[in-house]
Design a protein around this ligand. Structure first.
Ligand SMILES: *[C@@H]1O[C@H](CO)[C@@H](O)[C@H](O)[C@H]1NC(C)=O
Ligand SMILES: *[C@@H]1O[C@H](CO)[C@@H](O)[C@H](O)[C@H]1NC(C)=O
Length: 278
């Protein structure tokens, strides 16, 4: 029986230094399996050929899956990447390439790993996770509470923007929503059926509603989908160097995220015994 123990340690460090900008190569989380590849094994060769296929496919596609049995069909390596629906192929390609290069330093020779950037997600392993549903919460963070007397407005707009994401299952896997000054975005990984996608987005939205209360922003990344919302002005662009308020907010969001992540990490480790039992 497979026990792929993913340990999400890196997210804590990275989110503390996170900026509020929404660059597509901004790091969200990464996890590595504890088992390592045996150097020189057929499985390791399969992984290498798989990762090369993923890197190549990202040049002309925003989602791809591969099962590599190049070296030995007895130890296949499974993998996929998914770019955010609004990224052009050129950005998708550079996102996937930098995700791969981060993975090789964060998870050297891990038998399985997953990494999430703002603009792309990549996962590989020796378990056949392709096409399977996975609504486990891998990362979540909430921004600071809304100030002033805007709480009830904010809550209504937030809930409307999130409802917009799940309102119409015919909309495909990448969705944007908005209400008032709140915007939202969500996406499923391309291996999910319409039904799995719907279930995953519903779980992500429920997570944001439950966890982020009156927060000005929230992120929930699940095994096979994510949903995020923010009120206008929370995320400043990279060129917006004069916006001191934006920077302060970024630091606050980073600190809150750090605390939230330790909690997520603890609860994740408690559940880790169940992870990977497909
Ligand atoms: C995956 O690799 C781990 C560690 O090497 C092993 O224990 C497990 O049996 C493998 N699972 C499959 C499905 O091959
Ligand atoms: C994997 O990719 C193949 C073709 O590249 C596609 O036909 C298949 O539907 C994909 N499987 C999943 C689970 O996405």
């Amino acid at each position: 029986m497979t026990k792929l123990l993913l340990i999400f340690l890196f997210a804590c460090v990275a989110s503390l230094s996170a900026s509020a900008s929404d660059g597509y190569t901004d790091f969200v989380y990464a996890g590595c399996s504890q088992p390592k590849c045996t150097p020189g094994s057929p499985y390791q060769f399969n992984v290498e050929s798989l990762l090369a296929s993923l890197a190549n496919a990202a040049a002309y596609s925003s989602y791809a899956n591969f099962t590599s049995t190049a070296a030995a069909s007895s130890s296949p390596a499974y993998g996929l990447f998914q770019c955010r629906g609004d990224l052009p192929f050129s950005d998708c390609h550079s996102c996937v390439r930098s995700a791969l290069s981060q993975l090789s330093s964060l998870c050297p020779s891990a038998a399985g790993a997953a990494i999430q950037f703002r603009g792309c997600f990549l996962r590989y392993g020796n378990d056949s996770f392709l096409g399977k549903a996975d609504t486990s919460v891998l990362y979540k963070k909430c921004g600071p509470p809304v100030g002033g007397g805007y709480n009830s407005d904010m809550l209504g707009m937030r809930d409307a923007a999130l409802a917009d994401l799940t309102s119409d299952s015919a909309r495909g896997s990448y969705r944007i929503g908005a209400a008032g000054y709140v915007q939202a975005v969500a996406q499923c990984v391309g291996d999910q059926s319409a039904k799995h996608c719907e279930d995953c987005l519903a779980a992500a939205v429920a997570e944001l509603r439950a966890a982020c209360g009156f927060a000005v922003a929230g992120d929930a990344y699940l095994g096979k989908c994510f949903a995020r919302y923010w009120s206008n002005g929370v995320y400043t662009s990279k060129t917006d160097h004069d916006d001191e308020a934006g920077k302060t907010l970024a630091i606050i969001i980073g600190l809150i995220a750090g605390v939230a992540l330790i909690i997520v990490l603890l609860s994740f480790l408690r559940k880790a015994g169940n992870y990977g039992k497909y």
